[in-house]
Design a protein around this ligand. Structure first.
Ligand SMILES: [Zn+2]
Length: 121
């Protein structure tokens, strides 16, 4: 991958990271807000609890994505970005454009998913 391509992915990842961090900040603010709502009846509290759990689940997924983006940005700095972690072959640019945080080439990813399906069943 050339320097221009690396810069393209760095910007792409950085923008996504910034957007996620802003969103995560808003979600945390909402969580703090709902934690201090006064005595509502039990049904309302249950609904609130449900909403809070949903938010936490979203946040968990986002924090995993934030971790992946940071790892990708680090890989750009280290010069290992776009290299498959399993077979160490370059990952297809089109695949990276569709999913910049990927760390496996399509062949290894397909193998891995097939393996996970076997383990999961
Ligand atoms: Zn591979």
């Amino acid at each position: 991958m050339n320097k221009k391509e690396l810069e393209y992915f760095r910007n792409l990842l950085q923008e996504e990271l910034d957007a996620l961090l802003v969103k995560a900040g808003i979600v945390v603010g909402e969580l703090i807000g709902t934690a201090y709502t006064n005595e509502s009846d039990p049904l309302d509290r249950a609904t609130e609890e449900q909403a809070r759990n949903n938010q936490l689940r979203i946040r968990d997924r986002e924090s995993r994505l934030i971790g992946k983006i940071r790892k990708s940005l680090q890989a750009i700095d280290e010069g290992t970005y776009g290299i498959c972690e399993a077979c160490e072959e370059p990952i297809d640019i089109a695949r990276l454009k569709a999913r910049p945080v990927t760390s496996y080439c399509i062949t290894c990813k397909t193998k891995q998913e097939a393996f996970e399906r076997v383990i999961g069943s």
